[in-house]
Write a protein that binds this ligand. Structure first.
Ligand code: ZN
Length: 231
């Protein structure tokens, strides 16, 4: 609202454009202004030219906008592309769990060190009650569902795993910093290396993980060769 004319002490404006907002939906989002999960109202507005505060002429539509219930900040609809903190941590937990299962499924569950390494990664990600038995049961179920685990890179189990990995990692990758994406791959490499060098099936799974995490092929090769935490 721009001030128009008049000596100081008068109303701050005489004419200008006013927007009448209508709420058309609500939900929860991550507010970039006040920095947390907040409720929002999705609003559309109608602009009107106003004289002395009285709306006169329609000047078209405004919005839609997303309005934070806490700080009243207004944002474009693309702010909803960013997951809430709650949703983000759930996605991260799910990703680490799926990756651990995929690596174990490719390498086999006969090694206690590999199982222990997988359980440790999954617990660190937030599934505090994860056990070796739980992971073994899930992998046995996958095997029963799709046939032999080590069916080769084109086997049904490998295809199922690749789909699961993409479903868990694709939505997460755009919201994770490079170091966070590399860490998921390094954790996976550690599980694979716990019982000896990479098998071809493990390499296949790790390459799929790296690709779904949008890591360059060079970075994937480097991280798999080093098998260490990115600095
Ligand atoms: Zn806010």
């Amino acid at each position: 609202m721009l001030p128009a004319w008049g000596p100081s002490g008068w109303k701050p404006y005489v004419w200008g454009t006013r927007v009448a907002w209508t709420t058309v939906g609500d939900g929860e989002f991550f507010c970039p202004d006040c920095g947390g999960d907040r409720n929002y109202r999705r609003r559309t507005g109608r602009r009107r030219f106003a004289l002395l505060g009285i709306p006169l002429l329609a000047r078209g539509d405004a919005g839609p906008v997303v309005e934070c219930a806490a700080c009243q900040g207004r944002f474009g609809m693309d702010v909803l592309d960013h997951p809430t903190s709650l949703r983000f941590s759930a996605m991260l937990k799910d990703a680490v769990h799926t990756v651990a299962l995929a690596v174990l499924a490719a390498g086999g569950t006969s090694s206690r060190t590999a199982l222990a390494s997988a359980v440790s990664a999954v617990r660190t990600a937030g599934y505090d009650d994860c056990t070796e038995d739980q992971l073994t049961t899930l992998i046995d179920a996958l095997a029963a569902d799709t046939g032999r685990i080590t069916g080769g890179p084109a086997g049904p189990a490998a295809i199922t795993l690749a789909i699961e990995l993409h479903e868990a990692l694709d939505p997460l990758a755009p919201h994770l910093a490079p170091a966070g994406r590399e860490l998921i791959l390094v954790q996976a490499a550690r599980i694979a290396l716990a019982d000896g060098p990479y098998t071809p099936a493990e390499r296949e799974v790790l390459a799929t993980v790296g690709g779904a995490l949008r890591l360059e092929q060079d970075a994937v090769s480097r991280l798999l060769a080093s098998g260490r935490t990115p600095s």
